[in-house]
Design a protein around this ligand. Structure first.
Ligand SMILES: Nc1ncnc2c1ncn2[C@@H]1O[C@H](COP(=O)(O)OP(=O)(O)OP(=O)(O)O)[C@@H](O)[C@H]1O
Length: 292
């Protein structure tokens, strides 16, 4: 695979065959408590390469905690976490955790951009400092990624000069700049004005359709239904239901899932299709490879 292909992240056939055998993310019987608050009580969760997986459920049910375990920010009291062949729950040193986080992108509700750096500098700083990429290559890739999230005209702007949706798209591009194997999205639209939610969802939808492995914690139920290959419904630290998106959303087996979805979909006025009209025509990685 040459540098361009690796950056674009198409999945060759042999990788797809390997992926069918071993999940990229594999959580087995995870237990985690904060003091006497048992937050995760036997979580089993798998994500295959190229899959989009959503974790949905009531507030406080442990969704964000699961993501933080995957990226090594939290260590469970028991259970195993495998990410791309690494036993995350056994990592001990800071350098091991940094190496993991280069491979696992994490986009939060808060954008956490460096306010004193331009958009382009926000994208190049980690690849050049931690990724061993030359400044010229980092800038070239950053510009492609900014085109990818339709912010190429903002490369010299500072985060404070951007809308929330634009800042979140920079945060997604910054995660991509590390060439992660997967990206975790933790309620990335929750803090946005309604009119900018659609532009962020459009970017995520395109990543999913281009084969980026994604784990989404979201309250955007219609979006989760649309983009996910599989869905986990959590309640009180347990997986109550898991299955293909169509099954969980259209034919939930558990009464709790059904009740939750009725409430969430009923009370949520968003219309995914309407909300994704926020930005111009989709631009895909396979188009961008010619720009590299
Ligand atoms: N650092 C922490 N210290 C103590 N308790 C915590 C910590 N982080 C999370 N919790 C608790 O763990 C539980 C699960 O939190 P978590 O954020 O994973 O839920 P969630 O399903 O993502 O909720 P929401 O949808 O509201 O974001 C909650 O009871 C929360 O208060």
């Amino acid at each position: 695979m040459n540098a361009t292909e690796s950056f674009i992240r198409f999945r060759p056939a042999d990788e797809a065959r390997d992926a069918a055998r071993a999940p990229l993310v594999d959580l087995r019987d995870i237990h985690l408590a904060f003091g006497d608050n048992a937050v995760l009580q036997g979580i089993d969760l798998q994500v295959r390469r190229g899959e989009a997986v959503s974790i949905i459920g009531p507030s406080g049910s442990g969704k964000s905690t699961i993501l933080r375990c995957i990226t090594g920010l939290l260590r469970p009291q028991s259970g195993q976490i495998h990410v791309s062949g690494t036993r995350v729950d056994e990592l001990r040193t800071e350098s091991q955790l940094i190496a993991l986080r280069k491979r696992v992108g994490f986009v939060f509700q808060q954008y956490n951009l460096f306010p004193h750096l331009t958009v382009l500098q926000n994208l190049t700083i980690a690849p050049t400092l931690a990724g061993g990429v030359s400044q010229a290559d980092a800038e070239r890739e950053a510009r492609v990624l900014l085109q990818r999230v339709r912010l190429d005209h903002k490369e010299n702007a500072y985060p404070g000069e951007l809308s929330g949706g634009q800042q979140q798209r920079v945060a997604i591009a910054r995660a991509l700049a590390m060439r992660p194997e997967l990206i975790l999205f933790d309620e990335v639209t929750s803090a946005l004005d309604p009119e900018t939610v659609g532009e962020v969802l459009t970017v995520i939808r395109e990543l999913v359709s281009d084969g980026m492995t994604c784990v989404l914690v979201t309250h955007e139920m219609r979006f989760a239904h649309e983009v996910s290959d599989s869905v986990y419904f959590t309640e009180a630290g347990r997986i109550v239901e898991h299955g293909p998106s169509a099954q969980v959303f259209e034919h939930p087996r558990s009464d709790r899932t059904r009740e939750f979805l009725q409430r969430a979909l009923g009370s949520h006025s968003s219309n995914t299709h309407a909300r994704t009209q926020g930005i111009e025509a989709p631009l895909h990685f396979h188009q961008l490879q010619f720009a590299l």
